[in-house]
Design a protein around this ligand. Structure first.
Ligand code: 5AD
Ligand code: SF4
Length: 421
């Protein structure tokens, strides 16, 4: 979502304010740092980055801080780092072309409604288009700062989404990547209340895949709670939907899931994952896991490991719990000691690396359909198969933007090497 927000920022500044992109921060007239605040670490990194840019930038170059840390810290950023000219929150991207000319300005209103805002056009990739389908999040998981930085959830009207898809296809994109904090809750609330519940995410998937020229559709992030049977069945049957599903587990313990306010149990998650593997044998299931949440015992962590063994996720993004301001969990007792959380994280990651080696090895000699989108420096070209394996082959530019069948000859842990057949 931050990548897409950055694209919107560039689009607005290049079409409305005469800026152009540069690769060198030393030559820039404006440096924008787009930030995350989900965990503590990126927040502290922000201030060291500001310091670094401030030393090397042109004397009169401006620095702007955007994104979730901007929303969360607001004016405090300028107080702590007076080199910063403006602060623009994650829900205020549309105001970039106004704020850029003001000095010491702060725009972080999380009630600002950007759901009807049609941004100017800029995309980093001409092969794949990120398209927002909603803003904000209503879930209020007890560990998560996002509802506080991105505000309440509002779905973007269907006509705006479909127009963006058509525009992307006309520019040559074969793959559409739908984005939202909670994509499969689409349609629950629009700015215009008459639109509420007129269609859901599954309907949206069918409409997007029906557009001529769309060959692949991906999306992130869905919430396990909203994975009803119809959604999983359409996901399985529709050949244009890539067979890659992110299922953020967070914890395998029903007790911890409850205190995280995730809305599902260990059994529900396992049931959904099992149904998905049955309906779509080649599906890639990825997940997010937090270890060391308050009150997580060895037994709770064992529940998480049990789900990992059972589901055999193709990819896991795992984190140590990081207490965040404005969240209810910050008050929770029974804090897990740092060393225990670290040990659990290491154990989880080691176990998964071994699993990944087995998963990759199973791909040997398979024929995968790969969409090539990235030229690598070593004479290789990379793409993804529909279930999301990264595949590289020897090749040059003429393969970019093409979908080809590839035989896997050397499956490595994160990348599969193959030959075009
Ligand atoms: N501490 C650690 N990880 C977190 N995430 C969100 N909030 C926190 C937190 N306070 C993780 C979740 C989420 C992912 C984007 O970041 O796993 O799914
Ligand atoms: Fe955060 Fe939960 Fe919303 Fe995801 S669903 S953004 S974890 S509050």
């Amino acid at each position: 979502m931050n990548v897409r927000d950055s694209e919107h920022i560039v689009a607005e500044l290049t079409t409305k304010k005469n800026y152009c992109l540069t690769n060198s921060s030393r030559e820039a007239d404006l440096i924008i740092i787009n930030t995350c605040s989900v965990r503590e670490k990126p927040v502290s990194k922000l201030f060291s980055e500001i310091g670094k840019f401030n030393k090397t930038k042109k004397t009169d170059a401006k620095i702007g801080v955007c994104g979730c840390t901007a929303s969360h810290l607001g004016a405090e950023i300028i107080k702590r780092a007076p080199a910063v000219n403006f602060v623009l929150g994650a829900r205020n991207v549309s105001k970039i072309s106004e704020i850029v000319d003001k000095n010491r300005a702060v725009e972080v209103d999380i009630n600002h409604d950007e759901s009807e805002f049609a941004f100017s056009n800029f995309r980093t990739s001409s092969y794949k288009s990120f398209i927002n389908i909603s803003i904000g999040c209503d879930k209020k998981c007890s560990f998560c700062i996002v509802p506080n930085t991105r505000g309440d959830e509002i779905s973007i009207p269907l006509n705006l989404i479909l127009d963006e898809v058509k525009k992307s296809v006309a520019m040559g994109a074969k793959e559409i990547f739908l984005l939202g904090q909670n994509v499969n809750n689409y349609g629950v609330r629009f700015s215009n209340p008459q639109l509420n519940k007129s269609l859901d995410f599954t309907d949206l998937l069918e409409l997007v895949t029906a557009i001529d020229g769309v060959e692949r559709v991906r999306f992130t992030s869905p919430h396990p709670l909203h994975m009803d049977d119809r959604f999983l069945e359409v996901f399985a049957k529709n050949p244009k939907i890539c067979k890659s599903m992110h299922m953020p587990l967070q914890s395998g313990s029903t007790k911890i899931l409850k205190s995280m306010k995730r809305g599902y149990s260990k059994e529900w998650f396992l049931n959904r994952a099992k149904k998905l593997r049955t309906l779509v044998p080649n599906v890639h299931i990825t997940t997010d896991i937090i270890v060391g949440f308050p009150d997580e015992t060895d037994e709770d962590f064992a529940d998480t490991m049990e789900i990992i063994e059972k589901v055999r996720f193709e990819q896991i993004f795992s984190f140590k719990y990081s207490p965040r301001p404005f969240t209810t969990a910050i008050e929770f007792e029974n804090v897990v000691p740092e060393e225990v959380a670290s040990q659990r994280l290491t154990h989880l990651q080691k176990t998964h690396l071994n699993m990944l080696e087995e998963i990759s090895a199973l791909q040997k000699d398979k024929i995968l359909k790969v969409y090539f989108e990235e030229l690598r420096r070593d004479g290789m070209i990379a793409g993804r198969d529909e279930s999301n394996f990264v595949v590289v082959v020897d090749g040059s530019e003429e393969l970019l933007g093409k979908i080809k069948k590839v035989k896997i000859v050397n499956p490595r842990r994160v990348v599969l090497e193959g030959e075009i057949v």
